[in-house]
Structures are given as C-alpha cells and as structure tokens.
Write a protein that binds this ligand. Sequence first.
Ligand SMILES: [Zn+2]
Length: 330
Amino acid sequence: MPRSESGDAPPPLIPKKRHNLETSSVTTSSSDDSSRRRKRKDRRSRKNREEGHANDEAIVVTTNGDHATLRPGTFDKRRGSVSKAARDPRDEPPVKKNLKKTAAPNGTVRAAPSPIIDDDGLSRPSRGTRERREESPEQAAKRLERMRGAVRTLLECVGEDVDREGLLDTPDRYAKAMLDFTKGYGQDIEDVVNGALFQEYHSEMVIVKDIDISSLCEHHLVPFIGKMHIGYIPRDTVIGLSKLPRIAEMFSRRLQVQERLTKEVANAIMEILKPQGVAVVMESRHLCMAMRGVQQTTASTITSCVLGCFERKSKTRNEFLSLVGVSRSS
Ligand SMILES: [Zn+2]
C-alpha cells in the first residue's frame, strides 16, 4: 500500500477536492505606501529568500487567459538533491542571474528564473530555443528552406539521385518531420502545465505508468522508444494527471540522451509541485544500438531519477519500483 511520508496532516476520510483557482493579486502598492515601509518589506523578503523561506506573495502564472494561483515560491526554490553537482556537465544548471520576479506586459508576475525552468518557462533553453520560439513567419520559412537544402545534401552524400521521383518531396517532408520531432523546443512548462495545480492534502503515492516516449538520441539523431513511469508523493499540491505525460512529451521532443531526459522530467516536476519526492524510471530501446554499432536489437536501457523522499527512503523507492513493475524482468 502507498504510505504517507509525514505523520502530520492525516488525510480526511472523504478528501475534499478544492480547486484553488482564485487569483490573488501580487501588486501590493497602495496610495499611502511610504518608502520606509517598502524598504522594510524589501528587507524582509530578501531575508526570507536568503533563508530559503517562501515569499509571502503568491505567484500568478498566466495560462490561456485564466489565472491559477500557485503556491508561493513554486518556481523559485531549489532543492538539495537538485543542487548537487550534476554528473553530466551539460546538466549543470546555469548560473543564477536575476532573482527578481519579472512583470509580464499584462501586469501579472511570471515565475522567477530558476535553475530548471527559466523565467520564460522554458526548461534549460539554449539560444536556438528562443530563436525558434520567437521567429516570424518569414524566419520560419527561411529555416525550413535551409533544412530542405541540408536534407538534399545528405541524400546526395549517401549516393542518391535527389531528382528521382520517390525522393522529390523527401527534403520537405523530412524537414517538417524533424521540426515535429523537436517541437518540445517551442513549448514552455507553464503552457504544458496550464494551471492544472490543485491544492489537495493527499500524501499518498501517485503514479502514472507506461507513458509512451519517443525521442531522438542526440548523438545519432535516430529514435529511442520506450516507456516512462512517473511517481510522486504530494506535499499539499497535486497536478492534473494528464500533465505528467505532457511534461514527459515536452522533454522527449528535444534532442536527448535517456539519462538526461529522465532527470529533466523529475527535476521539472520537483520544481513545479514541490512534492515530498519524485521518482522517474524509463525503459527504452535505442535504434542507434539496434541498427548500428553493437546491433543489440533486444537490449533495453533503464534509467531512473529519484528525488526527495524517494532518494532518502529505500522503502518508498522499492514500493514505487514494485508498483511500476521494473524489478520484475519482463
Ligand atoms: Zn545514439
């Protein structure tokens, strides 16, 4: 049976579903705001931040015109396990730039920059990520044309006749398919989550298993295909269940290595929900192993990332693993 992590706040017998959707205002300035009071408040919030306390203010994330109130500091606090040095230097979080919340043009406050999710909601964006997201239709057309040219070059280089009938539209088709395979670069985590965070004092394990994943290996640009299992133990917020596969999809539609994909999904959920813990396990078959190199057609690769209570408590971790059936050899 899933077990609660904390002894306090026992779940009510009939859990009340409270969709905490009211918007709280974050603009606190009033007409009689004296500069002294503001200074005092600044000092206090700075102190809170330094001590790792959540801010008193709620962060309002704009999602398709609706406002959802997230827990304070939903995006701006770091966890111990995340702050550990990453094994892969590319997974190293970017240096903290600006801790201040930035006001969006419509007056709402966007999530603060964080090591996992940046201030525009993109996760670990590169320069190209932003360029692609913010491009005009003309720039998009130019990008597609460059990609078609590149595919034509590839076809010529493998010894094909690019003008034969079967290949005439291949550069166009492949370029568009490639943009689709990598559409995760154009998505941000706020759009994906779309405000589906609900206050709910449920502290049992929640698992969504057998999430289909297809991604491209960044070393060979060939697919790896498999299943992901995601589990978490909420603290006081739960996420709409369909959002877990969507978060996994967003990261899988970028060039990946399986190890990083697993970690990014776990870290993003940790960052958004601040749960007691997150566990992500992924099993997949890599076509770069099956079609080339060692030619292992049946080998599968399993990666996992456990954070919070799943990392600390082997009992919780084992319960998750047995529930998703990873320990069982299939
Ligand atoms: Zn590969």
